[in-house]
Design a protein around this ligand. Structure first.
Ligand code: SF4
Ligand code: SF4
Length: 160
C-alpha cells in the first residue's frame, strides 16, 4: 500500500470532536500521493511543451513539489490538528475519548464549533463519529469504506 506509514499513523485516531484522522488526506498521505501521481502525468504528457502560453509551468511544478515535501499531520491524539483546540481541551478534562461520550451535550459551550468542524469535515469527505459506539468496530468498517471514497481510495490502488 502506498503511503502506508502515514495511514497507519492516523488509522486508529478518532479526534475528540469525532473526526477520523484516518480519513483526512493531510494525515493519511493521500494529498502527497495524489500530487505525486498528478505530477507524473503532467511530465509524462510533456505538458510543458503544449500548455497555454500564460501558464507558468515551472511555478506550477514548484507548487506540486512543495505539497509533496509537506510533513503529514500526526493526528489529533498526537497533538496535531487545531492548535489550542477548545473541543480537545474540554473532552480531555472530562476524561472521555470523544464528544459522543459526553454526559452533558446539551450544556456544551463549544456546540457551534463542534458542529462547524463536523460539517466541514463531512463536506471534505472525512468520516465523523457522532454516536457512542465501539471505536475499533467503527474504524474497521470505515477502513473498508475508504476503499471507495474519493480521493482516499488511491491508498488502496496498486503501487509501483
Ligand atoms: S484538534 Fe480539535 S477540531 Fe481537530 S480533530 Fe482534534 S478535536 Fe477535532
Ligand atoms: S461539552 Fe461539548 S466539547 Fe465538551 S466534551 Fe461535551 S460535547 Fe464535547
Amino acid at each position: 500500500m502506498l503511503e502506508a506509514k502515514a495511514f497507519e499513523n492516523v488509522k486508529n485516531q478518532i479526534g475528540f470532536c469525532g473526526i477520523w484522522c484516518g480519513s483526512c488526506v493531510v494525515g493519511n498521505g493521500v494529498l502527497r500521493e495524489l500530487t505525486k501521481r498528478y505530477e507524473e502525468i503532467l511530465k509524462g504528457y510533456g505538458l510543458e511543451e503544449w500548455a497555454p502560453k500564460d501558464f507558468d509551468f515551472k511555478e506550477f511544478m514548484k507548487g506540486l513539489a512543495s505539497i509533496q515535501a509537506m510533513p503529514s499531520c500526526q493526528g489529533c491524539l498526537k497533538g496535531d490538528g487545531k492548535p489550542n483546540c477548545e473541543i480537545r481541551a474540554c473532552a480531555s478534562n472530562k476524561s472521555i475519548a470523544d464528544c459522543s461520550e459526553c454526559n452533558q451535550p446539551t450544556a456544551c459551550k463549544n456546540i457551534e464549533t463542534l458542529q462547524k468542524m463536523r460539517t466541514g469535515a463531512r463536506q471534505a469527505n472525512l468520516l465523523v463519529k457522532t454516536e457512542n459506539v465501539d471505536r475499533q468496530e467503527l474504524i474497521d468498517k470505515w477502513t473498508a469504506e475508504l476503499k471507495s471514497i474519493w480521493p482516499c481510495c488511491i491508498l488502496f490502488l496498486p503501487g509501483k
